[in-house]
Write a protein that binds this ligand. Structure first.
Ligand SMILES: [Zn+2]
Length: 111
């Protein structure tokens, strides 16, 4: 099977949703990708474990409204974490500041 590269924005979005406790199936529907693609992204990000046992935080992260930045401030497994929620850059999952941080981290990873 050919390896399909996923853009960093998709990867980070999938990882954020997964860390927020969403199942891979729900994430696949939300981002419009196959469940296999979502599982692959989670796997490569080190988020392993049984698919049906998503981490269940004692509280629920409130997802931002459509168009809200999906950067998570804090540890998503701990109470007090929240999504940034600022308006996103067109076509991105984050606001300008967080988008720059994600891209910078991704570029470091490639080196
Ligand atoms: Zn943000």
């Amino acid at each position: 099977m050919a390896r399909v590269d996923n853009p960093p924005e998709l990867r980070a979005r999938v990882i954020a949703l997964r860390q927020g406790g969403m199942t891979t199936e729900a994430i696949a529907k939300r981002v419009g990708k196959s469940r296999d693609a979502v599982v692959g992204i989670c796997w490569r990000a080190g988020l392993r474990g049984p698919q049906r046992q998503a981490p269940r935080p004692a509280y629920r992260l409130e997802f931002p409204a459509a168009g809200g930045c999906q950067w998570i401030d804090g540890d998503p497994r701990q109470a007090g974490a929240r999504f940034c929620g600022l308006p996103v850059v067109a076509g991105a999952a984050w606001c300008a500041g967080h988008r720059a941080r994600v891209w910078a981290a991704w570029c470091d990873e490639l080196q």
